[in-house]
Ligand binder design. Structure first.
Ligand code: NI
Length: 401
């Protein structure tokens, strides 16, 4: 039976592959920024109509929630894809290059969306044998705080309804350009980092670059000391067993060779894998910023925007998925992946429900969030088929236990 199901799903995935490629290219050609995914949501609804899969409106303005109902009662499994693009200007020679200048699907969310539609199609074809319900969640705004996940959750996406139990598991995949196309990667426990945003505004007298002695402070010099001092937090006060990173990624200082500006803006990110240390690090970041500014005579304003928490993969679901992947693809296509310092608002699902985020190899390609990112579309067949097969196995396991 299991072997039979494996080959049935593989055949369905192979049959739907051209459709997934078509859908992925259509989404890639028309990328939309976070919270503005109106046409993407329309496209998802049209494709669900084509597949005869029903859907309901989410609590968010964009996004779609679809439901594949098995012929028999059983648990609910939630499968999630994010649907938004990034403010990046695409620089590939792709025939389906982004037509929206300055916006690009550079994080593979077009792949996630096409794959989840394909997975929904496969599960819908198997509905006569299915026990329970699959909630397909097309989530807006993964790339921008506060993210779409938290509002979907407060809108009830993890709750039971009259016809569906509350989800027992939440499952998502993320494309991985450093892994060969079609490989699957897993990590049990903490997988992705919490990610906070730091905004610093330094103010002092601006003036002639030749007369710094007349100024209350040199805002550029203050910024330079601040950046160096902030680097000591991770290297000198952080427990070495907790991975963390602090990066200042943006400096705005509009002076000139002969002008010291009155204002310097710094922006950066702090990421780690421990909620206690996260709090302590925030305190240290604020101390270092305020005391450095005071020491050099500048005024400063700091805003730390709390970002997503870390993604924690449920160990027993991860083990089930690894075993299932080895069965579906063969052990040589399955890898253990290291922790990932990127942030992901799938974290909010993993806070509330036993969850798994695994990686789907789409390489070789340039990295995520670059203008030349170009995933291998052949991975869609495995991404969709494996997710459908894993969903089946998870339901089977839940009913057995
Ligand atoms: Ni992403």
């Amino acid at each position: 039976m299991k072997m039979e199901l494996t080959s049935t799903i593989k055949h369905l995935a192979e049959a739907i592959q051209p459709e997934m490629v078509r859908i992925r290219r259509a989404i890639h050609r028309n990328p939309e920024l976070s919270f503005q995914e109106f046409e993407t949501s329309d496209l998802i609804r049209r494709e669900l109509d084509n597949f005869n899969i029903e859907y309901t409106d989410p609590s968010t303005e964009t996004g779609v929630i679809a439901h594949v109902r098995g012929a028999h009662a059983g648990p609910t499994i939630l499968l999630r894809a994010d649907i938004d693009a990034l403010p990046i200007h695409e620089q590939t020679d792709s025939p389906f290059i982004s037509k929206n200048s300055g916006v690009m699907h550079a994080c593979g969310h077009d792949m996630h969306t096409a794959s989840l539609l394909g997975c929904g199609y496969i599960l819908h074809q198997l509905r006569e044998h299915l026990k329970g319900t699959i909630r397909l969640v097309f989530q807006p705004a993964e790339e921008k705080l506060p993210g779409g996940a938290s509002s979907m959750i407060s809108g009830g996406i993890l709750d039971a309804t009259e016809t569906e139990r509350a989800p027992s598991y939440c499952i998502a995949q993320h494309v991985m350009p450093s892994s060969p196309a079609g490989t699957l990667g897993f990590r049990s426990g903490p997988f992705m980092a919490s990610a906070d945003e730091i905004y610093i505004r330094i103010e002092a007298d601006g003036g002639h670059a030749a007369k710094p002695e007349d100024l209350s402070a040199d805002s550029i010099l203050v910024a330079a000391h601040m950046i160096v001092a902030l680097q000591s937090i991770v290297s000198r006060t952080m427990p070495p067993e907790i991975p963390s990173v602090l990066t200042i990624g943006r400096i705005e200082a509009d002076g000139a060779t002969n002008i010291i500006p009155s204002k310097v803006l710094l922006e950066g990110t702090f990421r780690c894998f421990d909620e206690n240390w996260r709090q302590q690090a925030w305190d240290r970041i604020l101390q270092v910023i305020h005391h450095t500014a005071t020491a050099y005579g500048a005024a400063v304003d700091v805003d730390i925007k709390k970002g997503y928490p870390g993604v924690i993969n449920d160990p027993s679901l991860t083990k089930l998925a690894q075993d299932t992947a080895a069965h579906y693809l063969g052990q040589d296509q399955v890898e253990m992946v290291p922790i990932w310092m990127a942030g992901e608002d799938f974290a909010y699902f993993s806070e509330k429900c036993d969850s798994l985020l695994y990686t789907l190899g789409v390489g070789p390609s340039d990295d995520l969030h670059t203008p030349t990112f170009c995933p291998d579309e052949s991975a869609l067949e495995i991404g969709s088929g494996f997710m459908a097969f894993l969903t089946n196995q998870a339901i089977h396991n839940l009913i057995k236990s």
